[in-house]
Design a protein around this ligand. Structure first.
Ligand SMILES: NC(=O)c1ccc[n+]([C@@H]2O[C@H](COP(=O)([O-])OP(=O)(O)OC[C@H]3O[C@@H](n4cnc5c(N)ncnc54)[C@H](O)[C@@H]3O)[C@@H](O)[C@H]2O)c1
Ligand SMILES: O=P(O)(O)OC[C@H](O)CO
Length: 325
């Protein structure tokens, strides 16, 4: 199975490296000419993942049509750009493995829904889990969920993408895998705020647990399974992303907690913090569906510039309730 990758950011590059194990040829589309040049001439992605030498069997291109000849395409553009890249060419019935974590602004669609609209003939799978790109590219042990409604295709993709240090777990819960990845980015911003404002480890754990309850409520309402929310692509990724400044979302939250503005923190950055885009979309989708998501609402308020003390005070002064659900 020849693999193509859309997106030459850190994650697309790391996944290309995984797919190139055993000297398999991989073709990667990158938007930035300097990324194409750096990979083809120096076997490294200087711009987004300079820490790891890449397999010489990875070829970069600026021509999306070059990916029409592969057997499966990993879609690793940021969530807000997936529609544009998938609308630029016709992938026919080539399977698309969606690796972005977010919800599209405006439509409130998950990336899978966007992909089905843009490429109606392509079977869809989702790859998600606790995966810092630099660790995966360095060959550190990692496990992910590979969700696909077509069980046979899911197993084939899981086997093709597995590597000695990259373990894939097949699932048929596509929506659950997507929702975990999208929601954890928003919660990671909240945990970063707790860190930046020095609110303590107790507060961070409380936020992870209550945030997980929100993620699960939202997931179940959209048809996800509880076991998926508690798995690699849900709780697993939530814990990772809420624990480390290696996370761009957590780091954004740290900056907010230190009193800097989202506008300042997000200006001029080349790398993506998906949670900043997903947070208001998630808040609105939850409100429309009558799903209580106070932590996500708090993150939106912080992104909008509300003082940390006011937002935390409002969260803590909510009426006491049972923990259940
Ligand atoms: N980095 C990780 O550790 C990691 C791990 C798992 C999932 N992800 C997810 O993968 C997706 C991509 O993140 P990343 O970390 O590879 O990106 P990145 O932050 O390393 O790089 C930014 C990417 O955005 C692309 N981009 C910017 N503007 C664009 C546009 N107008 N159209 C198309 N592409 C554009 C750039 O070309 C580049 O590929 C995100 O949804 C992220 O949540 C990232
Ligand atoms: O750096 P972040 O916050 O985008 O997180 C990267 C991955 O999603 C972690 O699994």
């Amino acid at each position: 199975m020849k693999i193509g990758v859309i997106g030459g950011g850190a994650w697309g590059t790391a996944l290309a490296q995984v797919a190139a194990q055993g000297a398999a040829p991989v073709i990667l589309w990158a938007r930035e000419p300097e990324v194409v040049h750096s990979i083809n001439h120096h076997h490294v992605n200087e711009l987004f993942l300079s820490s790891v030498p890449l397999s010489p069997t990875i070829t970069a291109t600026d021509d999306l049509d070059a990916l029409r000849a592969v057997d499966a395409v990993l879609v690793v553009a940021p969530a807000q750009h997936v529609r544009a890249v998938l609308s630029a060419t016709d992938f026919g019935s080539t399977p698309l493995v969606l690796c972005a974590k977010g919800i599209e602004a405006g439509t409130r669609m998950l990336v899978g829904e966007v992909a089905r609209e843009a490429q109606p003939n392509a079977p869809i799978a989702v790859l998600s889990g606790p995966t810092f790109a630099h660790e995966v590219a360095a060959g550190l042990p990692t496990a992910v969920t590979l969700a696909c409604e077509d069980a046979a295709l899911g197993v084939a993709l899981a086997e093709r993408l597995a590597a000695p240090t990259f373990r894939t777990y097949a699932s048929d819960d596509v929506i659950g895998a997507e929702i975990g990845g999208a929601v954890k980015n928003v919660l990671a911003i909240g945990c970063g705020v707790v860190e930046g404002a020095r609110l303590g480890q107790n507060a961070r754990s409380a936020l992870i647990a209550r945030g997980f309850a929100e993620m699960t409520r939202f997931g179940l309402a959209r048809g996800a399974r509880a076991e998926t929310m508690a798995g690699l692509s849900g709780l697993g990724d939530l814990v990772l992303t809420c624990s480390s400044t290696s996370s761009r979302n957590f780091s954004l939250g740290v900056g907010l907690g230190e009193g800097r503005s989202a506008r300042e923190l997000l200006s001029d950055r080349r790398t993506v913090a998906e949670g900043a885009f997903t947070a208001p979309v998630l808040r609105d989708a939850a409100a429309e569906a009558g799903i209580d998501m106070p932590v996500c609402e708090a993150v939106c308020a912080l992104l909008d510039g509300a003082p940390v003390g006011d937002v935390i005070g409002a969260l803590l002064s909510r009426p006491l309730r049972e923990e259940r659900g």
